[in-house]
Design a protein around this ligand. Structure first.
Ligand SMILES: [Zn+2]
Ligand SMILES: [Zn+2]
Length: 265
């Protein structure tokens, strides 16, 4: 439910190549969800690219009809930084699924781009403030817009913990995490299990979050490989599905025409 093509600034292959690879791998459905981020100046980075992406996805949906489900999605990043522009993007004609995410932080006058920030050399107090602030930003994004899917809710930890090996105990932020989980549950927003960086298991913070979500009654899960190239399609899905079944989930879902459709895990 989460892939990127050359219509995203970091996508590596065309929508046609991505769909061909997904079909050859026997994937039942693919959601093309190219980036549309609100940037630091409050402008949309890629409205034109997003329109082209949706157009291509709709064309491929017709081409693959009866063989594989192609969904026209969009990943709107930091929508709360400019709700008017973001909503324009979310309202593009034919969009099946809106994925909402937070990719960047503006904290105390500084812009933090997760892929560039040097978390390894930051004071622990700042790291802690940024993690809390990140969860608050997600809350704000959900307050202002209503995506169908909340993407990679542990995105910041992927960089702080995964890339820079700075330890963070997500349980220290259980108040913020629970607030987000309660919000997605009450609003019927699906929670994504993002498997982009999964090799042999899900990260501990993802498992923590999923167990809490399940405990609070959340059942709407999407699997998203966040593939930026054809070889990453459905990466880590089997690992994630087995972890989800262990927690107690029996189904996952996809979004079509802005409506939730479930399937058995
Ligand atoms: Zn993202
Ligand atoms: Zn993405």
């Amino acid at each position: 439910m989460h892939t990127h093509t050359s219509h995203s600034v970091d996508g590596k292959c065309s929508p046609d190549e991505l769909c061909r690879a997904a079909f050859e791998r026997g994937v039942g459905a693919i959601n093309i969800s190219d980036h549309c981020d609100v940037n630091r100046d409050g402008e949309l980075d890629c409205f034109g690219d997003s329109s082209a992406s949706v157009r291509d996805a709709l064309r491929l949906k017709r081409e693959y009809a009866g063989r594989m489900k192609v969904l026209a999605g969009i990943e709107v990043g930091n929508a709360h930084w400019n709700p008017t522009l973001a909503k324009r993007c979310m309202a593009l004609e034919g969009v099946d699924c809106v994925t909402g995410s937070v990719h960047r932080l503006r904290y105390e006058g500084e812009l933090y781009v997760t892929t560039k920030a040097d978390f390894a050399h930051m004071p622990p107090k700042l790291i802690s403030e940024l993690v809390r602030y990140y969860f608050e930003e997600i809350q704000l994004m959900l307050d202002i817009t209503r995506p169908d899917i909340l993407a990679h809710p542990t995105y910041l930890l992927r960089y702080i913990v995964g890339w820079h090996h700075v330890s963070v105990d997500i349980a220290d932020y259980s108040d913020c995490v629970d607030r987000i989980l309660r919000r997605v549950i009450s609003d019927g927003i699906a929670l994504e299990v993002n498997t982009q960086s999964v090799r042999d298991r899900l990260a501990g913070y993802d498992i923590y979050l999923l167990e809490r979500y399940y405990g609070l009654g959340g059942r709407l899960i999407t699997l998203g490989s966040d593939a930026h190239s054809a070889d990453r399609i459905a990466n880590g899905f089997e690992i994630a599905a087995s972890e989800l079944r262990r927690i107690g989930f029996s189904s996952a879902c996809y979004i079509e025409n802005r409506a939730i459709k479930s399937y058995k895990l």
